[in-house]
Design a protein. Structure first.
Length: 410
């Protein structure tokens, strides 16, 4: 047992075990909200999920595959535990022609961690991770202690999947079992209450999934006034249930002759989008810069140099990238979804364009790139708005008080 890993920096203070994807910037940003707040914090990565970056300092258990060297003071992995025993079990499973149950061993390790470390709170990110932990609760009796906090994503986790009759009972069973539910929009709370979640399970209220943004730091790093900037940013250049990037490519083609010289930066470009990108005309492609995943800090720096963000979607909560764009002075182009409509106004804070309508997206791009008065005035209004509803320092105070109270009740 590695003493450095096992030693808590704040003896006697609450222990919080987070469970979720290690490669998610949402995971990183939320947990980093608690730095210097005297909580003992660790992260458990379930099987089939990716690890965090090697230089991320939060103590992390890696139940999935993670080859290569690790820093034992901040990382532990399942593959290093009981190697001889598991090799024999894997061989026996192969002889018996049985599948190797990776999840089973991940659950057994998680149970051992909870029993040994005795966290006051377990906090799961996203619904499939919550179902993984709910299985642990049912099979091993973790019903009252530790307290369970469940964060649901803003998009189709609830908004779409709740409509599936085969999914609805799973949804009800898992959501009603947690002690506290966290969502980034009121609609998700309404959905949850419609399947049986009680008012006393919703204490924190609507809160950004990243824990908010550092408005002051972003505003100080503006590269120029928004109307002087010459970058269009597409932060999610991939296809997924929440949104489609291909209509944006078509919109760029439609708008190309009607916008001034600029650069188009596309982040997290998927293979599918990259293939279709190369079908665009040369004069569109020569504007563009394509990236795979980049560190969040690099993305935020790029936002402070961007005039507009193109981020239409089919299903979403209140997009964190919209909050970040507001703090960075970049003008958001978003879709008029029921979660977004109560927060921002068309031509006041954003321009609306539906995700599957390239003509609408193109019109919004043209307006954002040619109407200087619009983007400069919106930047001032957006800075005031995001300071009021998503300022990280304010969110931190609420979250710290929330965890302290929950730990005291554990």
């Amino acid at each position: 047992m590695n003493s450095s890993f096992e030693t808590d920096p704040y003896p006697g203070r609450p222990k919080i075990l987070f469970i979720g994807p290690g490669d998610s910037t949402h995971t990183h940003s939320w947990i980093e909200l608690l730095q210097r707040e005297n909580f003992n914090v660790r992260l458990f990565i379930p099987p089939r999920f990716y690890p965090p970056p090697a230089d991320w300092k939060i103590k992390t258990y890696l139940a999935g595959y993670n080859h290569g060297p690790i820093n034992p003071s901040i990382r532990k992995r399942l593959t290093d535990r009981g190697k001889a025993k598991r090799l024999a079990q894997r061989t026996l499973a192969r002889i018996r022609k049985q599948p190797w149950d990776t999840e089973k061993y991940g659950i057994e390790w998680l149970v051992q961690i909870i029993r040994d470390w005795r966290p006051n709170i377990v906090h799961t990110f996203q619904f499939d991770v919550a179902e993984f932990y709910f299985r642990v609760c049912r099979e091993y009796g973790f019903t009252d202690n530790p307290k369970w906090v469940l964060t649901v994503r803003g998009g189709p986790e609830l908004a779409l999947r709740r409509l599936d009759p085969q999914f609805k009972e799973r949804l009800r069973r898992t959501l009603t079992a947690c002690d506290q539910l966290i969502a980034d929009n009121q609609q998700n709370y309404d959905y949850a209450q419609s399947v049986g979640v009680q008012e006393n399970q919703i204490s924190l209220g609507v809160v950004p999934g990243t824990g908010g943004i550092d408005v002051t730091r972003l505003a100080e790093n503006w590269k120029a006034s928004p109307s002087e900037r010459k970058i269009l940013l597409l932060p999610k250049a991939y296809e997924w249930p929440q949104g489609k990037a291909l209509p944006v490519l078509e919109a760029l083609k439609l708008a190309n002759d009607r916008i001034p010289p600029c650069e188009v930066h596309m982040l997290a470009v998927s293979d599918e989008v990259r293939m279709w990108f190369h079908t665009l005309p040369d004069d569109v492609r020569e504007r563009c810069f394509l990236y795979e995943r980049i560190p969040r800090e690099q993305a935020l720096t790029l936002m402070t140099a961007s005039r507009a963000l193109i981020m239409p979607s089919l299903s979403d909560g209140i997009p964190n990238a919209m909050y970040e764009a507001m703090g960075a002075g970049a003008f958001p182009i978003v879709s008029p979804l029921e979660t977004i409509l109560p927060v921002v106004g068309n031509e006041q804070n954003v321009l609306f364009a539906r995700n599957l309508y390239p003509e609408e997206i193109a019109a919004a791009i043209i307006r954002a790139m040619t109407d200087n008065a619009l983007v400069d005035a919106a930047a001032k209004r957006n800075l005031e708005l995001v300071t009021r509803i998503a300022n990280r320092d304010d969110v931190r105070k609420r979250v710290v008080a929330f965890y302290d109270k929950l730990a005291a009740d554990s």
